[in-house]
Design a protein around this ligand. Structure first.
Ligand SMILES: Nc1ncnc2c1ncn2[C@@H]1O[C@H](COP(=O)(O)OP(=O)(O)OP(=O)(O)O)[C@@H](O)[C@H]1O
Length: 146
């Protein structure tokens, strides 16, 4: 079964949307394999987004991602990566489709409520960035059948 790394970003946690987003995750058939509430240091945010280090928005992005608590989650489902990206919608909320999480909760290109891995390989890598092997459960935490 495929895994992806989702993050409920600091803007959505601060606005009190984490519970609604978690409900949506479960109703879309994802099993939660790991989850925590954490405030990243700017260095941790820079490490996570290292691939964007040369982009003009890197400083803004890493400052935002370390501005308050966020909720990283390892999600598992068939086609987890593609399905989660479909559920979250386009990076820019102005372009996000009706019914997507970003359409509902994102306020700008930068503060866009959620993250999703862009490949199954990165889903595994990003999961390891936040969680040790023992923090990712193999079973027993399913609220619904995956
Ligand atoms: N032009 C921009 N201005 C400010 N922030 C941006 C801009 N472009 C991207 N970002 C931020 O960087 C993140 C990573 O950009 P990327 O192009 O990988 O988008 P994404 O794959 O939709 O987002 P994510 O990786 O968070 O799921 C975006 O989610 C957004 O928060």
């Amino acid at each position: 079964m495929e895994r992806t790394l989702a993050i409920i970003k600091p803007d959505a946690v601060k606005a009190g949307h984490a519970g609604k987003i978690l409900d949506r995750i479960l109703s879309e058939g994802f099993a939660v394999r790991a989850m925590k509430l954490v405030t990243l240091t700017q260095a941790q945010a820079e490490g996570f987004y290292a691939v964007h280090a040369e982009r003009p928005f890197f400083g803004e992005l890493t400052e935002f991602m370390s501005s308050g608590p966020c909720v990283p989650l390892v999600l598992e489902r068939e086609d987890a990566v593609a399905k989660w990206r479909e559920v979250i919608g386009a990076t820019n909320p102005a372009e996000a489709a009706e019914g997507t999480i970003r359409k509902q909760f994102a306020t700008s290109m930068g503060e866009n409520a959620v993250h999703g891995s862009d490949s199954a390989e990165n889903g595994v890598k990003e999961g390891r960035y936040f969680f040790s092997e023992s923090e990712i459960v193999q079973n027993g935490a399913d609220v619904i059948d995956a």
